[in-house]
Design a protein around this ligand. Structure first.
Ligand SMILES: *Cc1c(COP(=O)(O)O)cnc(C)c1O
Length: 384
């Protein structure tokens, strides 16, 4: 199996597993039970991990909250800020291509009376900054724009966005799940007030994530979603997932990109030169070094994937493909139905090799050629 679906999830790095293993066995203490050495040991381990993730984004360790993953972090950021009695403003601005964890939460807030603006993107998935600024009103409490898109890899200029939010006194949340520990992030230089990340997208374990919440200039007020014991400074109660947290901390310290961009370019160029009628979705935008989203004219993405059982890719976001609906992200980029249906996302990780990429190119080229031929034959039959 050649695995090119890392934006859905990544395999655990063996070094991360090594760091976690003691906390799955002998060092099993509860980080809240600090009256004995096992609990203290667990607490110390989670604080070390907190320093590791905080330093990845230039934050203070006290500003990070452990969660169960980026879905919870997005929920806590948006619902937590809008649920805080301190804030009276009721307008939120986000983008049509955000992850479902943000969009669905926005819909919940809408039902609770918030006003939400969903900004459009251009044909390469880019946001118009002037449009963002003109959408801001005196009622705007929060802007939520993801750093890198999970389907296309398109990177939004979050430093520019943060600067504009700060100038207008608007809070800025970014879902950085696909860029955390891959792209450089500095929450202070970029004026980020809240940031979501997840361990399993960076060769860490599933079920653990992070929400960065700014403590000063400005101090962000956030209401808890989970109550019961007041862990995480009251922001997220519940016994800490110590092995997972240790894993996320360790994963954040490992350099993610070790020649992945060269492999991604090799894959993209290989397919563009072997096949005709292939389009790169978001090709003119700045993109993550790990991701390419291609549309193969005259081919159905799901059918194509079925012809390549030894190649793990995605025909849409893994979270939405369960619903079998065409990608709303490509739809927002103005792709017509055919281009959307023919799209395949290839996302690379730390352990992919040149040989795998070359084999993947051959598999895709072969399958696309066969399916196109078959389509031509069928059209020939119905015509005669
Ligand atoms: C994967 C992903 C999520 C969800 O993260 P989980 O940790 O699986 O809940 C949210 N946002 C983006 C951009 C993602 O890629």
């Amino acid at each position: 199996m050649i695995y090119l679906d890392h934006n859905a999830t990544t395999p655990l790095d063996p070094r991360v597993l090594d760091a976690m293993m003691p906390f799955l066995t002998d060092r099993f203490g509860n980080a809240a039970s600090r009256h004995h050495s096992l609990g203290c040991d667990a607490a110390t381990a989670t604080e070390t991990a907190r320093e590791q993730v905080a330093s990845t984004i230039g934050a203070d360790p006290r500003e990070s909250v452990w969660t169960s993953g980026a879905t919870e972090s997005d929920n806590l950021a948006l619902q937590g800020v809008f649920g805080s009695p301190v804030y009276k403003k009721r307008h939120l601005i986000t983008v049509a291509t955000e992850h479902r964890a943000v969009l669905d939460t926005c819909e919940v807030l809408q039902r609770q009376g918030a006003q939400v603006t969903f900004l459009p993107v251009d044909t390469d998935g880019r946001l118009d900054l002037d449009r963002l600024v003109s959408a801001m009103t005196d009622e705007t409490l929060l802007v939520s724009v993801m750093h890198a898109n999970n389907e296309t890899g398109v990177v939004h200029p979050i430093a520019e966005i943060g600067k504009r939010c700060r100038a207008r006194g608007v809070l800025f949340h970014t879902d950085a799940t696909q860029s955390f520990a891959k792209e450089p992030i500095d929450v202070n230089a970029m004026h980020i007030d809240l940031l979501s990340a997840s361990a399993h997208k960076i060769h860490g374990p599933k079920g653990v994530g992070l929400l960065y919440v700014r403590r000063r200039d400005p101090r962000v007020r956030c209401q808890a979603l989970l109550h019961g014991g007041g862990h995480e400074r009251g922001l997220r109660s519940g016994t800490l997932n110590v092995p997972g947290i240790v894993g996320m901390g360790h994963a954040a310290t490992l350099p993610f990109d070790t020649g992945i961009e060269a492999l991604r370019d090799r894959l993209e160029q290989g397919l563009l030169t072997t096949l005709n009628r292939v389009q790169v979705n978001g090709g003119r935008a700045r993109r993550l070094t790990t991701t390419t989203n291609l549309s193969f004219d005259g081919v159905d993405g799901a059918t194509l994937m079925k012809r390549m059982p030894d190649l793990a890719v995605s025909s849409s976001s893994a979270c939405t493909s369960a619903l079998l609906q065409p990608s709303y992200v490509l739809g927002a980029m103005g792709c017509n139905e055919e281009r959307t249906r023919g799209s395949v996302r290839f996302s690379l990780g730390r352990f992919n090799t040149v040989d795998e990429i070359d084999a993947a190119i051959a598999m895709v080229a072969d399958a696309v050629t066969t399916l196109r031929q078959r389509g031509d034959d069928q059209r020939g039959v119905t015509r005669s």
